[in-house]
Design a protein around this ligand. Structure first.
Ligand code: BDR
Ligand code: CA
Length: 313
């Protein structure tokens, strides 16, 4: 039984990833920790709590963490995911509140409780994880694997030409985490674009399902779908992207990962035009010790099958 902790800036596709964690058979989601990113912290916490309730798993604890990046003002993505981060659905307030404990303390405590038995899904700016390493420098030894959705492998970013959103929002945190010594797998943005966008025709089974979860998924992703249609970088694609849920699906089922390459990765945090750029040394030009498995190909069909399975009841 694999134990997971998901660190999320809950909005849009973060939600599908949480649903995988909350509902997929054979895994245990120990906690959801939340950081500011896509939306402000209180919004991301509210969205995470609401998701646990929709999934019928309100007992899974939600911990609020960092309200802003380590050194910079927060940049959000309300323009992608809607004013509430949930496709402008304006869902009712959750019944439950977040735990009293801070997310960073919860990460450290859970790693201590389950040494070498906890996998962390990092699908937000890496602020909480960096602070947890600061609090407990031995954390990387206690975490079985750190899965990161972030960066772009020698390809365009999605918030600037150089940078993907999660690394861009808190590049200092990304730099700290990547150099901290975790067993790390990175799912970069280019793989998410190539292998985890479901086009309108592919969404048909979900559009015609009319289950509580399919309706929830479609409502939450409505704004992001509209954004994808009009986005210059994707060339105006009529589909929904799944960066975070691809990451989670891969952590649950290894057949979702088709190829990866072990290399040295670091994040630019001083650049003027390149802040948040992920340097992925695929040709080992720098001769630095590799620190991450970077996914280069995912199984689109298996991912799609898992998502349909997840939402069908
Ligand atoms: C990442 O940024 C956020 O907008 C998404 O939730 C995902 O984690 C994609 O760049
Ligand atoms: Ca996210």
């Amino acid at each position: 039984m694999t134990r997971f902790l998901i660190d999320s800036d809950t909005a849009g596709d973060d939600v599908a990833s949480l649903l995988f964690g909350l509902l997929w058979p054979g895994i245990t989601l120990e906690a959801i920790t939340v950081a500011a990113g896509n939306v402000h912290l209180h919004e991301a916490v509210r969205n995470a709590l609401y998701t646990t309730e929709i999934a019928g798993r309100p007992e899974v604890p939600v911990f609020a963490g960092a309200g802003s990046p380590l050194l910079r003002p927060l940049v959000t993505a309300h323009y992608v995911h809607g004013d509430d981060g949930m496709g402008n659905s304006n869902f009712p307030a959750p019944v439950k509140a977040a735990e009293r404990e801070h997310a960073v303390d919860a990460i450290v405590a859970l790693a201590d409780r389950y040494p070498s038995d906890l996998e962390v899904i990092a699908q937000a700016p890496l602020t909480n994880i960096a602070l947890a390493v600061h609090k407990d420098p031995s954390l990387p030894e206690k975490i079985a694997r750190l899965w990161i959705m972030g960066g772009s492998n020698n390809a365009l970013g999605n918030i600037t030409p150089a940078a993907e959103f999660n690394f861009y929002v808190d590049p200092e945190a990304a730099h700290i985490v990547l150099q901290a010594g975790f067993e790390t797998t990175i799912v970069p943005w280019d793989v998410c674009l190539a292998d985890a966008v479901l086009m309108r025709e592919e969404l048909e089974p979900i559009l015609s399902m009319h289950t509580k979860l399919s309706e929830f998924y479609l409502a939450v992703n409505a704004a992001a779908w509209e954004f994808m249609r009009s986005d210059v970088e994707t060339g105006g694609v009529d589909g929904i992207g799944h960066p975070d849920s691809l990451l989670m699906a891969m952590a649950i089922d290894s057949s979702v990962m088709v190829e990866s390459q072990r290399c040295f990765v670091d994040v630019e945090h001083r650049g003027e035009l390149t802040s948040g750029y992920s340097l992925v040394d695929v040709n080992d030009v720098l001769g630095r010790e590799p620190n991450a498995d970077v996914v280069t190909k995912a199984n689109h069909d298996r991912f799609k099958q898992m998502l349909v399975e997840l939402l069908k009841d």
